[in-house]
Design a protein around this ligand. Structure first.
Ligand code: URQ
Ligand code: ZN
Ligand code: ZN
Length: 479
């Protein structure tokens, strides 16, 4: 199978250049001007368009069992929808129940993901601790290509990790050359605020953001960063939604700590007014955690991307339809948390980022693909256009337009948080493993074509801090 993408402008995180791209057997074989297509090669006319690395979404939850139900989008439909939007790889999450053997959860999620249409990988959540968790983390790193472990500091009485679990897991990650990641909200504070609001009779979705104030995220972000700082391990904060957390990240980075931050397309463009909608279904459809924030936080997050203090964009694609959200009709704490976005992330960020001048096309590539590949150690196989890289490519039409809507999206959910948004700049072709899987509205995703992508552990250099910490152990005072 070979394909020649002709006449486009190749955009990587490092450069923009007029070049053709030739791919064979799922790998990029040549990048250059005036390439000739060998007999039998499929030719894609990219004239007037950008040829970019396919998007990588580092944060999805396909078919997640959560809050008494299961996310409506599965690995097949979710990766198909991703490719309709120019994303060619997802990093999802294995989330063991507390006391559940990690390797058992690992096997379950891998079975679910076999039907994926695009490449995928897994962060593994550490939701409890004992010696088996310690051992299984080693197995996952050394035998299964896991190099990131997730920690939910929220969701008390469910999957919340307390400071003891965080300390043990961060320390183990350091030993293994893996990076801890965190959902940073103070779960105890949220739990108490939820109870207080319900006791006050505030049972509707408008109470959701009140139970999760920005300070709850700022405190947990600082705690996660400080724990990692003392232990000497890098840290990656998922779905940073507030200036509060961003300020903690910016401070730590300015002090030389290896802290990374991720932001969701939704948190960049939506605010907490969505929870005031008089229609329950509409307000509940926006219930996710952290919640959409008061005006002002969005611009701070854009500045975080522009300044380099936030490095990746994601969606936290976790779909629940109206009939599922209705579980919280009389109690907002029972509304399954989650929204969609895997199909819209690239177009929303291009429209609000590149078209507004906030970022260049190269910076767009870094923020939607390359930085994620680098942080999770799969670059340059993923996240670039270069000889030897996987042929995961999006041909981007900067003049193409569409209106985002649940009526036309491919996501398996009955609501779209970007409903009605008119965007300019959309994929004309998505190429996965060298095969055109999306072409001008025609989605040709193939069930099971996706591969599990191993992510190697980081080399000791990535954890040089540990050595420095050990070298500075004070000599015991002789008394
Ligand atoms: O917290 C998460 O990231 C998962 C459970 C998806 N739900 C959400 O509201 N973000
Ligand atoms: Zn989360
Ligand atoms: Zn999530």
């Amino acid at each position: 199978m070979s394909i020649l993408i002709k006449g486009g402008t190749v955009v990587t995180a490092e450069q923009e250049m007029r070049a053709d791209v030739y791919c064979e057997d799922g790998v990029i074989k040549a990048v250059g001007e005036n390439l000739e297509a060998p007999a039998g090669a499929e030719v894609v006319d990219a004239g007037g368009q950008y040829v970019m690395p396919g998007g990588i979404d580092p944060h999805t939850h396909m078919q997640l069992p959560f809050m008494g139900t299961v996310a409506s989008e599965d690995f097949e439909t979710g990766t198909a929808a991703a490719m309709a939007g120019g994303t060619t790889m997802i990093i999802d999450f294995v989330i063991p129940n507390p006391q559940q053997r990690i390797m058992e959860a690992w096997n379950t999620w891998n079975e679910w993901a076999e039907k994926s249409c695009a490449d995928y990988s897994f962060h593994v959540a550490i939701t409890w601790w004992d010696e088996s968790v310690h051992a299984d983390m080693g197995t996952l790193v050394n035998e299964h290509g896991v190099n990131s472990f997730k920690h939910f500091m929220a969701y008390k009485n469910a999957i919340m990790a307390d400071d003891e679990v965080l300390y043990n897991s961060f320390t183990r990650a350091l030993e293994l050359g893996a990076i801890p990641t965190c959902h940073a909200e103070n779960g105890e504070l949220v739990f108490q605020l939820q109870r207080k609001l319900m006791d006050m009779g505030m049972t509707g979705p408008e109470a959701h953001p009140l139970s999760r104030p920005p300070a709850a995220e700022g405190e947990a972000a600082n705690r996660a960063i400080r724990l990692a700082e003392v232990i000497g391990v890098p840290i990656y904060l998922v779905h940073v939604s507030t200036k509060d957390a961003l300020d903690e990240i910016s401070r730590a980075r300015s002090e030389g700590h290896r802290v990374f931050g991720e932001v969701l397309a939704g948190h960049l463009v939506l605010d907490d007014s969505v929870y005031q909608h008089p229609d329950f279904d509409t307000a509940a459809a926006h219930v996710m955690s952290p919640p959409f924030r008061p005006k002002g936080h969005q611009e701070a997050l854009w500045k975080g991307l522009q300044s380099g203090n936030l490095q990746t964009t994601a969606t936290d694609h976790c779909c629940f339809c109206a009939d599922q959200k209705a579980a919280g009709k009389d109690d907002f704490t029972k509304i399954p948390n989650g929204t969609a976005g895997v199909e819209d992330r690239m177009a929303v960020i291009w429209n609000e980022g590149v078209n507004t001048g906030r970022m260049t096309p190269s910076e767009f590539v870094a923020l939607t693909s390359t930085n994620t590949a680098k942080i999770f150690n799969i670059h340059p196989r993923k996240g670039t256009i270069a000889v030897g890289a996987d042929a995961d490519i999006v041909v981007w039409d900067p003049a193409g337009t569409k209106t985002i809507s649940a009526k036309t999206h491919h996501q398996r959910i009955d609501f779209n948080i970007f409903e009605g948004m008119e965007v300019k700049g959309i994929p004309s072709h998505t190429i996965s493993q060298g095969v055109v899987t999306y072409k001008e509205g025609d989605l040709r995703a193939v069930r099971g074509a996706g591969r599990y992508v191993k992510r190697p552990a980081f080399q000791p250099m990535f954890h040089a801090l540990e050595k420095i910490a050990k070298a500075n152990v004070p000599t015991p005072v002789k008394r």
